[in-house]
Design a protein around this ligand. Structure first.
Ligand code: S3P
Length: 166
């Protein structure tokens, strides 16, 4: 069976949905951010701080390339993986790309007080989210084979909806 890849903005629930989806489908779950942190022996914050975003993006590409030979997995990606065109091409080759589409209000709620995401630290978090979303949203839609609205739905609801549409 081909892989299922979850894409979407930070805080859209990719990891929670991915974990439950993998459990229900009896597949292995892979969280790209976790895998990168383990491989580099650094947190995402440390990678951004020490080497910058560009370097992190290359690590994402390197990891995606490794997934090209894998099957049967549920993969949760980092929210910015789609900003490199090259990555979108690889994602499509890896499997079915599922976009978790979430409202800005929900994202704001989910991301409130976050300290783990380097792109959302400091002042004007709302403005940062709005700006990132503006450039990224069209790419999420374009990259996806399946679009799931998550508004008002539990992790279980979203997971079941994906399974129905597979
Ligand atoms: C990022 C999203 C994060 C992580 C890094 C950058 C982004 O992953 O990869 O902080 O650019 O949107 P999550 O979407 O899992 O938070």
């Amino acid at each position: 069976m081909s892989n299922i890849i979850l894409i979407g903005f930070m805080g859209s629930g990719k990891s929670s949905v991915g974990r439950l989806l993998a459990e229900k489908l009896e597949r292995k779950f892979v969280d790209m951010d976790d895998e990168i942190e383990i491989a580099e022996n650094k947190t995402i914050n440390e990678i951004f701080e020490e080497y910058g975003e560009e370097h992190f993006r290359s690590l994402e590409t390197g990891y995606l390339e490794k997934l090209l030979t894998k099957k049967n997995k549920v993969i949760s990606t980092g929210g910015g993986v789609i900003i490199k065109e090259e990555n979108v091409e690889i994602l499509r080759k890896i499997g079915v790309v599922v976009y978790l589409n979430t409202s800005i209000e929900q994202l704001m709620k989910n991301l409130e007080g976050d300290t783990l995401r380097p792109l959302l630290q400091g002042k004007d978090v709302k403005e940062k989210i709005v700006n990132l979303l503006r450039t990224r949203e069209p790419i999420y839609f374009e990259a996806a084979n399946m679009i799931i609205q998550t508004e008002g739905k539990s992790v279980e609801d979203v997971t079941n909806e994906i399974i129905k549409l597979l």
